[in-house]
Design a protein around this ligand. Structure first.
Ligand SMILES: [Zn+2]
Length: 76
């Protein structure tokens, strides 16, 4: 009984480690359906910056937008 319960706890903590950071362009107030997924916030922002440049013609992401992006990042 107790061993089985322990396994369940370990399993769920492993799953949490694998949770991805998710950023949706739509959450930034855009009508774009791009969704970025990465293991770390840093990687996610790199992807987002690349997407913003390619899809939205933004050479640089303004600080306000970066702050907004941080606020809408989800763990999934
Ligand atoms: Zn977009």
């Amino acid at each position: 009984m107790h061993a089985a319960l322990l396994m369940t706890v370990i399993d769920s903590s492993k799953r949490e480690d694998k949770m991805a950071k998710v950023l949706r362009c739509a959450d930034m107030g855009s009508e774009c359906n791009w969704v970025g997924r990465a293991e770390t916030e840093e990687d996610l922002f790199k992807m987002a910056a690349k997407h913003a440049a390619e899809a939205h013609g933004m050479k640089e992401i303004p600080k306000e937008l970066l702050a907004k992006a941080k606020a809408v990042i989800r763990n999934e």
